[in-house]
Design a protein around this ligand. Structure first.
Ligand SMILES: [Zn+2]
Length: 198
């Protein structure tokens, strides 16, 4: 007899072996560990890290005013908010679009790496780090909301036009891929005493 819990709703089952089955409470497929969880999450994290680069160096917004195009990256946007003395908005954008995504990606990368390489770090710390990443995840889309909101407000005027730039697409993709990387990760792996490669 073995005990196995549903990753989705946490219901615990008593079974003869670890053969996958469907959870009768939430219909989630119950497996001992999510297949290739670590490899896929790590690959997605690296992918999101690469997307962070175009999100920072390419224009986030293209503002057309009287036929003249003006492009600005996230950093340039923050600087212009600082110039207008809007410190709060500048702070929010910096934390949400620059700091949180990279901290999150490095934290995930660190957790995944620590499961492969021998690092002197307690499992409880790893779980805590993972919980923090999950908690701050939903706030990193703020920047996309700002662009979308401004575009919808200003679009009414024909002389003045705001569009999302290349960085907006990369940024949105990066945020979504990071969410997948975090969700696809089976935290139970952290507690495995002897990892037999999933
Ligand atoms: Zn379930």
């Amino acid at each position: 007899m073995v005990l196995i819990s549903c990753k989705n709703c946490k219901k615990v089952y008593e079974k003869d072996d670890y053969t996958p089955f469907k959870c009768d409470r939430c219909n989630h497929k119950v497996r001992r560990r999510v297949e290739n969880s670590l490899q896929i999450s790590l690959a997605l994290t690296i992918c999101a890290m690469l997307l962070y680069i175009p999100a920072m160096i390419y224009p986030m917004m293209v503002v057309t005013q009287l036929g003249v195009n003006q492009e600005s990256t996230i950093i340039e946007g923050i600087i212009s908010f600082l110039e207008y003395k809007s410190y709060f908005i500048a702070g929010v954008i910096f934390v949400a679009s620059v700091a949180i995504p990279i901290v999150k990606l490095f934290a995930l990368f660190f957790i995944f790496l620590s499961l492969r390489v021998n690092v002197k770090i307690e499992n409880k710390t790893k779980i805590l780090l993972y919980k923090c990443i999950e908690a701050i995840g939903k706030w990193s889309m703020i920047d996309i909301y700002v662009v979308a909101l401004m575009a919808s407000i200003v679009q009414l005027d024909e002389l003045f036009n705001i569009k999302g730039g290349v960085a907006a697409t990369s940024f949105a993709l990066m945020v979504i891929i990071t969410i997948f990387a975090a969700n696809r990760f089976d935290t139970r792996i952290i507690w495995d005493e002897q990892r037999d490669d999933e």
